[in-house]
Design a protein around this ligand. Structure first.
Ligand code: ZN
Length: 151
């Protein structure tokens, strides 16, 4: 069999199992493969141990979708996790403002900063994974698959 050319590779569509299409948001938050929304994007279900937090299979175990479209693909996730952190800070600010309340005459701003920074540190491992999931979903559409570089 002749090797596929780059042009042909771009048209490869990965097989998606029969059945209902899983929902987008649930699939992102459960970190399922964007092409089939069934295979897991990460090898360990748990976030621990943290040094294996970002271990991903080369390909989706269900449909074969590449998990890293090109070398260094996930460098851009820094922007996504920054966005997640900023969004979290806004939500914490709103909840804090509604419950405790901000007042310049007391230490409320410092309490808020302490809670927010603590929460962001705790959430960071989760955000690192979630931002990879969101990032891959930007490039790979359901049932269409995607490769950016030849392999
Ligand atoms: Zn898949």
């Amino acid at each position: 069999m002749e090797p596929l050319t780059n042009k042909e590779e771009k048209r490869v569509v990965y097989e998606v199992p029969d059945g209902d299409k899983p929902g987008l948001l649930a699939s992102v938050f459960h970190m399922k493969c964007p092409n089939c929304r069934r295979g897991d994007m990460f090898i360990n279900k748990s976030l621990f141990p943290l040094n294996h937090l970002l271990d991903m299979p080369k390909r989706c175990p269900v449909c074969g979708q590449k998990m890293e479209l090109e070398p260094g693909f996930y460098y851009g996730t820094g922007y996504v996790s920054y966005g997640l952190s900023v969004g979290t800070t806004f939500i914490v600010a709103i909840i804090f403002g509604l419950t405790y309340g901000f007042d310049w005459r007391d230490y409320s701003i410092f309490y808020f900063l302490g809670i927010d920074i603590g929460l962001l540190i705790l959430l960071q491992p989760y955000f690192m994974r979630l931002s990879r999931a969101i990032y891959l979903y930007l490039f790979v559409k359901y049932g269409k698959g995607a490769r950016l570089s030849s392999q």
